[in-house]
Design a protein around this ligand. Structure first.
Ligand code: SAM
Ligand code: SF4
Length: 484
């Protein structure tokens, strides 16, 4: 569950997401090709007739991986279609962060099993593929391809295998040093795009599958990140989001730039107006990041800093590598910044052994920090993770009760926080138009949704920037009028 604004999908792109949201990745084909062309060289003639459908589940990393997979498949001569029925190849890019997300994929596979009789082929990509490996073939025998995210570079050979009627498996065992580079990325939004700067995770929090599904931590060189940022700026992108499971654990393999220096350098690329980064890990969150936000105006004044729990005892059990006090110290750096930095977080309730007192500490942390948004989740036991061996599981009903209490407390905090913006004027990037409400949809630098009206003479274009005066507020969004 998410007590922050619900993920919004525009043109197939996840704008703000949590980790268990299924995103139908049905890209408008013409748009994808137009964006894709500048990166293309020698498209394969091997599969001129073949079509594929791709649905993505999960976080922004998965959404962006799907953009890379689409690019790779188009390069191989496949054409993307918008429905399962139109497709020869049906792909699911999966998430296994919680059990519910994993089950969704197997339900989806079961729903369409009958289409195998028409010769359609099925592939499972991403975290469930990596976690379950060849067991996917046992659970869903109509699947012919299983490929973890560290193996997408092998997709062309795997496609040849499945076209020949064989099964193809691409699994990585945390050994790869290669990042899945992006020369074939088919971005779906012409104004705002992701760049992965670091893959994998070496932190091994007690509850988390990511180190097993995404492999060891490996960063891209700052030169390659900056080359991609410049290419995007040349194509007209103005808003870039740097991605990583722990984006601020970035270590430049060339040793040229720290994470904060890389942020600043991307922010200084000509044409770039906004730079975001997610997700930051508290342990690696340095003061230099706050200083960069204060000095480089293109860096957005928003930091997502997952806390997971307000109790140091529980943070220790979760193997989070910081205490409540250390976390609050980082919050204090942000609150002392010259710019007003919006802060959001992730919280897990009902981790094994979480007492009422631990939970009360999480609630008091919400009061102390006054977050702009909280993504809150019930603990879900995951394969391979150390927390599986812990006793004192919290019953499901109690987990649900704590989640409700937490969401209600955070809603009150957000109502008060959002109200403070009334009367201010702020810049938004225009993301689209809501026909039903006759309102433009904007996003502030602080990552807040600001819906606004504008007179028909000055109607703004998606991707443009507008000044908007805030006239109203809700727990998850703002309302306003465009200022001419
Ligand atoms: N790397 C980031 C960090 O350490 O803060 C978080 C990335 S994780 C993919 C996204 C969020 O999923 C986590 O912050 C956590 O709140 C949630 N999560 C991860 N494993 C979970 C589990 N087993 N049960 C419930 N929530 C989980
Ligand atoms: Fe998972 Fe912890 Fe790594 Fe975040 S830091 S991805 S929560 S193991």
């Amino acid at each position: 569950m998410n007590s922050s604004s619900q993920p919004e999908i525009e043109g197939g792109v996840l704008i703000q997401g949590n980790q268990d949201t299924a995103v139908s990745y049905s890209v408008k084909e013409k748009q994808a090709k137009a964006l894709y062309l500048p990166y293309m060289s020698g498209v394969s003639e091997r599969n001129p007739q073949k079509t594929f459908y791709l649905e993505t589940f999960g976080c922004q990393m998965n959404v962006h991986d799907s953009e890379k997979v689409v690019g790779r498949l188009v390069q191989e001569g496949y054409r993307q279609v918008e429905t399962v029925e139109q497709a020869d190849l049906i792909l699911y890019n999966t998430c296994s962060i919680r059990d519910k997300a994993e089950q969704k994929v197997f339900h989806r596979l079961a729903d369409y099993k009958k289409l195998q009789a028409q010769g359609k082929k099925f592939g499972v990509l991403g975290c469930v593929a990596q976690q379950e490996g060849e067991k996917v073939f046992e659970r869903a025998p109509h699947v012919s391809m299983v490929c973890g995210s560290a193996s997408y570079r092998n997709l062309p050979e795997m496609l040849v295998q499945i076209e020949a009627g064989k099964r193809a498996t691409g699994l990585d065992d945390r050994q790869t040093d290669e990042c899945f580079e992006t020369e074939f990325t088919a971005r779906t939004n012409p104004h705002r795009g992701y760049i992965t700067i670091i893959e994998g995770c070496d932190k091994f929090c007690a509850y988390c599958v990511v180190p097993f599904t995404r492999g060891k931590e490996r960063s891209r060189t700052s030169s390659s990140v900056l080359t991609e940022a410049r290419q995007m700026a040349d194509l007209g992108y103005t808003d870039i989001q740097l991605l990583g499971q722990n984006v601020n654990s970035y270590r430049d393999p060339e040793g040229k730039k720290t994470f904060a220096e890389l942020l600043a350098a991307v922010g200084e690329v000509l044409g770039i107006k906004r730079v975001r980064f997610t997700t930051s890990h508290p342990r690696d969150f340095g003061r230099d990041i706050v200083e960069a936000i204060d000095t480089v105006p293109t860096l957005c004044d928003h930091v997502h800093l997952p806390v997971q729990s307000g109790s140091t005892r529980l943070l220790d059990a979760m193997q989070r590598l910081y205490t409540r006090e250390q976390y609050l110290e980082r919050i204090a750096w942000m609150k002392a910044a010259k710019r007003q930095i919006s802060i959001t977080t992730d919280v897990i309730v009902g981790f094994p052994g979480e007492t009422e007192a631990d939970f009360a500490e999480t609630l008091s942390l919400l009061d102390e920090v006054e977050y702009d948004g909280v993504f809150s989740f019930k603990y879900s036991a995951r394969p391979n993770t150390p927390a599986l061996s812990l006793h004192d599981a919290i019953p499901e009903e109690e987990q649900s009760r704590r989640l409700e209490v937490l969401m209600s407390r955070q809603k009150d905090i957000q109502v008060a926080r959002y109200r403070k913006y009334i009367g201010t004027t702020t810049e938004v990037m225009v993301e689209g138009f809501n026909e039903a409400r006759r309102q433009w949809i904007g996003r502030t630098s602080q990552n807040k949704t600001l819906n606004f009206t504008a007179s028909s003479e000055v109607a703004p274009k998606p991707g443009s920037y507008a000044q908007v005066r805030v006239t109203g507020s809700f727990p998850n969004s703002l309302l306003g009028e465009m200022v001419v």
